[in-house]
Design a protein around this ligand. Sequence first.
Ligand code: UDP
Length: 323
Amino acid sequence: MHVLVCGGAGYVGSHAALVLAHAGHDVTVLDNLSTGHREAVRWGSLIEADLLKPETLDAAFARPVDAVMHFCARSLVGESMHEPVAYYQNNVAGTLNLLEAMRRHDVDRMVFSSTAAVFGNPVTDMIDEDHPKQPINPYGASKLMVEQVLRDAANGYGLRSVALRYFNAAGAAADEGIGESHSPETHLIPNALKAAAGEGAGLTVFGNNYPTHDGTCIRDYVHVLDLADAHLRALGWMDRERGAYQFNLGNGNGFSVLEVIEAARRLSGRDIPYTIGAPRAGDPPVLVASSRRAREKLGWTPRFDRMDPIIESAWAWHRAPAF
Ligand code: UDP
């Protein structure tokens, strides 16, 4: 298939492009390079376009596209609390423009990057797809709105879609020259590894008074290559199934912030100094996935199902990042 990877210069998108290319698909990347990296576009050509400038999108469809993977978004929980309108604009209005371009060009398949943030504060230990959706930050709310749009588009004109709700993406494909690189970096694992390498302004733990065993937030970390593999499987799913589907993607294991820091210390063999700071607005205490549906329906089995190899692969990238 010829797959248009929107946001393919970014972290998850570039790993999806890699996995698609290795599976024999033809990739074109659309990206505005606002946060993505030209160097991360290593599979397929790059079309610089912006979802908020609809007139720039048609160029990406010049060669017939079989399916779109849509990774373009602003995706920082904390930032979304302070910049809500930018989040709705980018993530909702931008997606509407992309959907219209797809319709103009008769493309009827989309794999959409959604998030665990659609759920808000969990009411069960393991979050499955039917868990109530009450996002507590504009980032999660913007993604949930798009999920609704995709359902309506399935009913309205037969758009096929799969929304993949990532829990915490982590790790890298350092041997392929891609990995996680944000500026500024806000995520826990890269920040812990930067602290291990003696880089950055120092690590802060955002709150140690949550109702968890050590007081810090618990998250479910899933390797970015496992996420990419789920995207590949979603393409096959849309071949078989009409309609709009959602799948949660995580390993089903929760790790606290302090446990992640301890694993990063152990695996890097370096000290990781940190201070305890205020909680970050918009953070639920615990987010752990049940990915049973993805396992059963997509045949998805994460290859990196333990924390150590996830952090090792992130550390391999951080020791020698290509960008
Ligand atoms: N976190 C932290 N210090 C940091 C970055 C993150 O304590 O420098 C915490 C954050 O509050 C959350 C968890 O680590 O509880 C994971 O945050 P991250 O930003 O990596 O991913 P998110 O859960 O926001 O997708």
